[in-house]
Structure formats: structure tokens, C-alpha cells
Design a binder for this molecule. Structure first.
Ligand code: EPU
Length: 425
């Protein structure tokens, strides 16, 4: 198992280019199932989650090749095993988004029911409800969701909202299934996330007829078949936000390119509110921190609200604010595994249900800490850059799921991060 040894504090300066989005790539890879043939995706990041998803598609029968220039070629001519195996699904919950495409193309799918994870329960009831509305018969057998639609799916008006608002992958699943359904589907309370818009744009390139893209009302006119596609995945707004926090927490200056600021208004708003300068620049922005950090209140919400995937990173940043901040988690109320770890680094955080009160401290102090999930581990790395001393972050495989060689990206900017292998005891 790898660990990071992070020397701090450092000041980051320089230019970093943002990679393609993990959370856009995964459902778009699933969309390749819908059309038999060879689809080519570019800007797919080289992450362990992408490798796991590739293995999943290979188990279905697809052939996958990755070229040196980062293009991912998915040949889905043959899908002869429409089964999402437990061993893969338990490692990556996004595996659930093969359910809709398999059902639409093969009329049958078996996908292991995802279990709980470090950020909460994460049910899939809305995925199942949406697909049932399209006419699928779905049962749970031996921990597997078994879905059948031998005579095809039928378009329907579907309300897909749940207690926490829209669902990102639920929208992806139902939208993908509806592209090949007979007639018109309306998804009301659809997720508006840029990753869903990218998926919809990709599906339209494949021959789907989706309108209302980027709005909470998606209209999908079913078509008989889709064609393979060539598509470039959008930049990763969460990676961009993480680098913005890296500039801010190290009192640095970073030029961030291949970054779509229009998709990040809520994040930029909070950064400016706390005194960080974010200036739009060609192809991205420049983020500078010169004065101290002011406190702020942050509530995570579905897009265009503040993203839950940046909550942990902002908590690390606000722990150094001059005053008290409040962070309210409205998407995953239990997504606070990083709180106790940040407190080990001398942050002053108090959790009350789905709220964390962040009392600003003058400095963070290095400590051995443990990564628990992807974004929590990013927060620990950010804290380590600012903390005095040597922070060790264990279980960095969590961070490798969503950030491509983060130490190789941060070190040229001034970070001092070493990846070391340790023996598991
Ligand atoms: N929900 C339900 N029922 C469902 C589905 C979701 O009640 O059937 C609830 C969830 O429990 C949660 C809320 O709805 O309270 C939103 O969950 P959503 O379905 O939108 O999450 P997801 O699609 O499973 C994606 C991202 C997550 C990101 C969330 C929210 C991917 C692969 N995953 O998950 O990304 O946090 O949307 O934006 O796109 C990450 O990258 O670190 C990550 C966890």
C-alpha cells in the first residue's frame, strides 16, 4: 500500500492543466454499450476507477484499448455477458450505470446491488424506479438487480427527484435507457450537472434525440438504434476546484488551464467571498491568495449549487480562516470522515449531524492521517501542504481513484510529496 509523505508548509506557484473528468468519463464509457461498434473517447483520465470500469466492460464482452495519447477505444460489438459482477461493483459504485444501457440494448441485465460506502448509504432506488417506469421488470435476487425488458422499453413521463434532490447517475441510467425506448420520455427533476450534459451531448452525437440538456427537464425521443461515437470528455471541475484550493491554502498563485469557470460559479463565489482572487484567463483562471482567509458558510447542493465533491477540500481551507465557518452537507449527510483526521492536524472542527462548525486556527500541524474516500483524501493532502512538519497520508489508493498522479502534478508547482510503499501489517 502506498503512502504520501508531505513536507509543509509550501507555497504553490505555476501552471497546471486540468485533466478530463472522471465523473463524465464513467457514464460515457457505459453509453458505448448502447451502440454495437467501436467508440473512441479522448481526454479520459488515467485513473484506477477508469481501469476498473474498463474491466467491467470487458467482462460484458467489450474490447478496450488505450493508446499512448490517452484515447480510449471501446469496441462493444459483442456484449455476451450482461452481468455486473459483485467483485467489481463493490469496488466502484459507478458500475451501476451499465444497468440502463444493457437493458436498452440486450433487454436483460444483472448488476450487483451496490453496498454502502464511506460517504453514506447511497441507495439506487431512484435508478430502479426510473427504469421500472420505462417498462422494465426488476427484481432483487441474491444481491443482484435482475432487470428484464424482452419487448423493449417504452417512453414515459418520469419524476426522478428524491429526498436529496436529483440523482446524477440515476439520471444517466434512465436517460441512456430512454434513448432506445419506443416513444418519448420526459425526465423531470433530472440532474443538471455538467457531466450529465456531456453524456447527453455524447448520446446525441450517437444519434439520440435529447433536448433540455443542462436543465432539470430532459426530453428524450426514442430512436431505433445508435452509432458508435468519437467524443472528447469535458475537463474535471472537481479536479480544477481542488487545485484552486491548493493555491488558496498554500498562499500561492496558480494558473489553471483547461478549466471551465462557467461550470464552477458556486465554487468561485465562495473563494472570492473568503478573499481569494480568482481571475478569468484564457482557457481557465488564475487563483491567488495574498491576505488571510475570511470565514464562510457553505451548503452543498446539486448543480449549480456548491458541489459535495469539494466539501472536504474547502473544509481543510476554512480550517485556516480568521473566524468560524459553517459547512452544511445536503447531498451526503454523513460525508464527514475527514473531520476526525483534520482534527488530528490541529484543525478545530465540530460535527453536529450533517453540519460542521469550523473554528479557524492559526496553523495546521503535521500528523499521520488516513485517507477514507477520494475527496476526503484530497482534503488531507491539501492540509498537508499547509501544515507545519511532515504529514503522512496512508491508503492513498483512494486518491488515485480520482486524481491522476497527484504528487507528480503538485511537485513541479512547489509541493514536496513523496510516494512510498509500506508493508501491510
Ligand atoms: N439517492 C437516492 N436514491 C438513488 C440515488 C441517489 O436517494 O437512487 C440520493 C443519494 O443518497 C444522495 C443524493 O441522492 O443523497 C445524490 O446522489 P447521486 O445519485 O446524485 O450520486 P451518484 O450519482 O451516486 C455522483 C458522483 C459522486 C458525487 C454525486 C453527487 C459519479 C461517478 N459519482 O454520484 O462523485 O458526489 O454524484 O454530485 O459521478 C466522487 O467523485 O468523489 C463522487 C462521490
Amino acid at each position: 500500500m502506498d503512502i504520501f509523505r508531505i513536507e509543509g508548509p509550501v507555497r504553490l506557484c505555476g501552471t497546471v492543466s486540468i485533466n478530463g473528468s472522471k465523473n463524465a468519463s464513467l457514464p460515457i464509457m457505459a453509453a458505448a454499450i448502447l451502440a454495437g461498434g467501436e467508440s473512441t473517447l479522448s481526454a479520459v483520465p488515467d485513473l484506477s476507477d477508469i481501469s476498473i470500469f474498463s474491466q467491467l466492460l470487458e467482462q460484458l464482452g467489450c474490447q478496450i484499448t488505450r493508446s499512448d495519447d490517452g484515447q480510449l477505444c471501446i469496441d462493444s460489438t459483442v456484449i455476451d455477458n450482461p452481468v455486473g459482477d459483485y467483485e467489481i461493483v463493490r469496488r466502484m459504485r459507478a458500475s451501476i450505470c451499465i444497468l440502463g444501457p444493457l437493458l436498452a440494448r440486450k433487454g436483460y441485465a444483472e448488476v450487483s446491488m451496490p453496498g454502502g460506502c464511506a460517504i453514506g448509504d447511497r441507495p439506487v432506488n431512484l435508478h430502479i424506479r426510473g427504469l421500472r417506469e420505462l417498462g422494465a421488470q426488476i427484481q432483487l435476487k441474491n444481491g443482484y438487480i435482475v432487470a428484464e425488458a424482452p419487448n423493449g422499453l417504452i417512453g414515459k413521463d418520469i419524476f426522478l427527484g428524491g429526498p436529496f434532490g436529483s440523482t446524477v447517475l440515476g439520471t444517466a441510467n434512465v436517460m441512456m435507457a430512454a434513448t432506445l425506448a419506443k416513444g418519448r420520455t420526459v425526465i423531470e427533476s433530472a440532474a443538471c450537472e455538467p457531466e450529465i450534459a456531456d453524456l447527453a451531448n455524447c448520446l446525441n452525437k450517437m444519434g439520440a434525440k435529447i433536448s433540455g440538456i443542462g436543465s432539470p427537464r430532459l426530453i428524450i425521443e426514442g430512436v431505433k438504434q445508435l452509432q458508435p461515437v468519437q467524443h472528447e470528455v469535458i475537463p474535471d471541475r472537481i479536479e480544477a476546484g481542488t487545485f484552486m484550493v491548493a493555491a488558496a491554502i498554500t498562499k500561492g498563485e496558480l494558473k489553471i488551464t483547461n478549466c471551465w469557470l462557467d461550470d464552477m460559479m458556486a465554487v468561485v463565489d465562495r473563494l472570492r467571498h473568503i478573499g481569494i482572487t480568482v481571475e478569468a484567463a484564457k482557457d481557465g483562471c488564475v487563483v491567488t491568495h495574498s491576505d488571510g482567509i475570511k470565514p464562510a458558510d457553505i451548503t452543498t447542493q446539486p448543480f449549480p449549487g456548491f458541489p459535495t465533491d469539494l466539501q472536504a477540500q474547502f473544509m481543510a481551507l476554512l480550517s485556516l480562516a480568521q473566524g468560524n465557518s459553517i459547512i452544511i452537507e445536503k447531498i451526503f449527510p454523513d460525508r464527514f470522515m475527514h473531520v476526525a483526521e483534520l482534527n488530528r492536524m490541529a484543525a478545530d472542527l465540530r460535527k453536529e449531524g450533517s453540519v460542521v462548525i469550523v473554528a479557524g486556527v492559526k496553523k495546521l500541524i503535521a500528523a499521520p492521517v488516513m485517507a477514507s474516500d477520494l475527496r476526503a483524501s484530497a482534503a488531507l493532502v491539501l492540509a498537508g501542504l499547509a501544515a507545519e512538519g511532515t504529514t503522512t497520508v496512508s491508503r492513498v489508493y483512494h486518491i488515485d481513484r480520482g486524481y491522476e498522479k497527484i504528487e507528480v502534478r503538485l511537485n513541479p508547482l512547489g509541493a514536496k510529496i513523496k510516494r512510498e510503499q509500506t508493508q501491510v501489517v
